[in-house]
Structure formats: structure tokens, C-alpha cells
Design a protein around this ligand. Structure first.
Ligand code: F6P
Ligand code: MN
Length: 314
């Protein structure tokens, strides 16, 4: 892992890194820069917008907070401006939306993950996956050409991969994303655990055994309730495990395959980790619908494999 002072000056900004280090094709670089620009507006909006309900629900029947709606609009506007996006799919709409039919890319995104935590002032995030071409349904996460997330916490972080490692940037005071760490890696064994959907502990075969094994090994609990923050913890510490298995309430898990599980699976693999639904690599599970849900076990490789063998019900 390299810290920023050793990175040559022209490679320190997000754009410089995409250009010089990741050798990202120009159009994809422009698209990622536009997403980063949208993220800066969202970061600002989180600090300045009243945190209340918007009075509407998304396609999953979940109440939208004002910031959900605003973030969704900010991203749409940025994707629309550049004529690089043929279609997009996101948490707030139930169909794939067409923008510029002949454009080179399609984007899947969760505009504001963990938004119910806004009023508690906990960290929240945005998640993006980018595909070539206009089709989203029928693709697998392995076909993504880039995946990235933004974490709005005490500091705003931007973490991306275009297929050559996972790189982390910090939003500085003048509004530039500057390199923090290159080549984030996830070690094979976990010391931290992040257990989502514990309400299903007696409904999901093996989940109680999994949790008891973590407690017996005196592993460290790190769980916030925001997927982006909880999985970023794994990237940041270089080890860990996050689980959100199925349960009665969520027979296919709660997390959305297209814009939650898929992008994180791409990033985890790039960092040397793994992501599974319990029996299959998330990277190889086709997207069948915008709202498709998927159980998620993600993080350190050996721990993902161990948990999958204990969870027999998925
Ligand atoms: O987007 C779904 C999400 O908010 C994730 O960020 C988080 O991991 C999960 O839901 C938590 O779900 P619950 O609050 O139902 O346990
Ligand atoms: Mn979400």
C-alpha cells in the first residue's frame, strides 16, 4: 500500500490517477469524473439539507428521505449531461431508464445507501457500477468495467476500481478528490465481523453457528447499518467479513443485486477478497430485474468460504 506523498504529483487527483495510473479510456474517465462531481454535490447536500421524509416511497415500499430524492436527482442530472450514458438503473425506480441510446455506457447506482441513518448523523454512501453498452438486465457483475462508492462520513471518501486494483481518495477543502491509499487489499482471514440481518438468526440455517463462532473466536464487532460504511471498514482495515443472509422477512436477502451486491463484489475481488450469495460467486449471478435481491457474504476469502459452508439455507 502506497501513501500519497510517494505518489507523483500528476497522479494524485482522481482524474490524474484515472489517466496516468489506471490508464482508463477517456470516455470512462469522463464518466467517473462526472460521478465524482455529483458526489461532491451530494456531500454538500447532506450537510445543508433538512433531514426529513420526502413523503414518497421507492419501488420497495421504503419511505424516501428528502436526501434520497435529492441525491437521485443530482446523479441523474450529471449522468444526463455528458451523453456518455445509454441507460441507468437505480434504487429509486423500478425500470431501466434510457438516457442517450447510442452512448457507450450503462450505470447502476444506489444514490444514498443507509439514508435512514441521516438523522442519527451516522455515515452513509453512494454506490455505482458501470457496464459497457446499453443492456443492464442479463449482464453479470463480472462484466462491469468499473465500480466505485462514495462514503460520506466525518470525511468524504471516493473508492474506485477500473479493473486494476482498488484506490481510495479524500475530498479536500477545495473540492478535489486526492489520493489517500492505492491498491487497498483484503487479507484472507478476518478479525472483524459485521453481521447484518441478525433478526433472521433462527430462521437461517447455520447463521446462529456462524455468529457463535465469531464470538467464540473473540472477533471484533464492527456494524453500523450502512452497507457502504460497513464494507468500507473491511477495505480500510484490510480484513473482515460482512453478512446479510436471507430470512423469513427477506427470503432473498435485502440487498439489491444490481447496485449493492454487484459493485461491491467487483471491488472485493479487485482487492483480493470474495463475495458470495452462500453458494455462488456474486460476480457470476446474472441480473434478472432492477429490484432483484441477493444474500451477501463479502470480505476475507477464507472467512467467506467458511461462512458459506455453515449457511446451508441459501
Ligand atoms: O440499502 C440497504 C441497507 O440500508 C444497507 O445499507 C444496510 O446494510 C441494510 O439496509 C440494513 O438493513 P436493516 O436496517 O433492515 O437491518
Ligand atoms: Mn442501499
Amino acid at each position: 500500500m502506497t501513501l500519497s506523498p510517494s505518489v507523483p504529483a500528476e497522479q494524485r487527483s482522481l482524474n490524474g490517477h484515472l489517466f496516468h495510473v489506471s490508464k482508463t479510456p477517456d470516455k470512462l474517465r469522463h464518466l467517473i469524473n462526472d460521478i465524482a462531481r455529483a458526489a461532491k454535490y451530494i456531500s454538500y447536500a447532506i450537510k445543508t439539507t433538512e433531514a426529513g421524509l420526502a413523503g414518497s416511497v421507492n419501488m420497495f415500499g421504503e419511505e424516501q428521505v428528502k436526501l434520497d430524492v435529492l441525491s437521485d436527482r443530482i446523479i441523474q442530472e450529471h449522468l444526463n449531461e455528458n451523453r456518455l450514458v445509454a441507460t441507468y438503473a437505480c434504487e429509486e425506480h423500478d425500470a431501466v431508464i434510457e438516457l442517450s441510446p447510442d452512448a457507450p455506457y450503462s450505470v447502476v447506482f444506489d444514490p444514498l445507501d443507509g439514508s435512514s441513518l441521516v438523522d442519527a448523523n451516522l455515515a452513509i454512501g453512494s454506490i455505482f457500477g458501470i457496464y459497457e453498452g446499453k443492456e443492464i438486465i442479463g449482464r453479470t457483475p463480472r462484466e462491469q468495467v468499473a465500480a466505485l462508492y462514495v462514503l460520506y462520513g466525518p470525511r468524504t471518501l471516493f473508492v474506485y476500481s477500473t479493473g486494476s486494483g482498488v484506490h481510495e481518495f479524500l475530498l479536500n477543502d477545495v473540492g478535489e478528490f486526492i489520493i489517500l491509499r492505492e491498491h487497498l487489499g483484503i487479507g484472507d482471514n478476518a478479525k472483524n465481523f459485521s453481521p447484518g440481518n441478525l433478526r433472521g438468526i433462527d430462521e437461517t440455517d447455520g447463521y446462529r453457528d456462524v455468529v457463535e463462532s465469531w464470538l467464540k473466536q473473540q472477533m471484533t464487532l464492527r456494524y453500523s447499518g450502512c452497507l457502504v460504511a460497513d464494507v468500507h471498514h473491511i477495505f480500510s482495515k484490510g480484513q473482515g467479513i460482512f453478512t446479510f443472509p436471507a430470512s423469513k422477512k427477506y427470503p432473498n436477502g435485502k440487498l439489491r443485486h444490481a447496485f449493492e451486491c454487484g459493485p461491491f463484489a467487483f471491488l472485493a475481488e479487485q482487492a483480493g477478497g470474495a463475495a458470495s450469495d452462500g453458494s455462488q460467486d456474486i460476480m457470476d449471478i446474472p441480473l434478472t430485474a432492477v429490484g432483484q435481491r441477493c444474500p451477501l457474504i463479502i470480505g476475507s476469502k477464507n472467512e467467506v468460504a467458511r461462512i458459506c459452508s455453515l449457511l446451508t439455507a441459501v
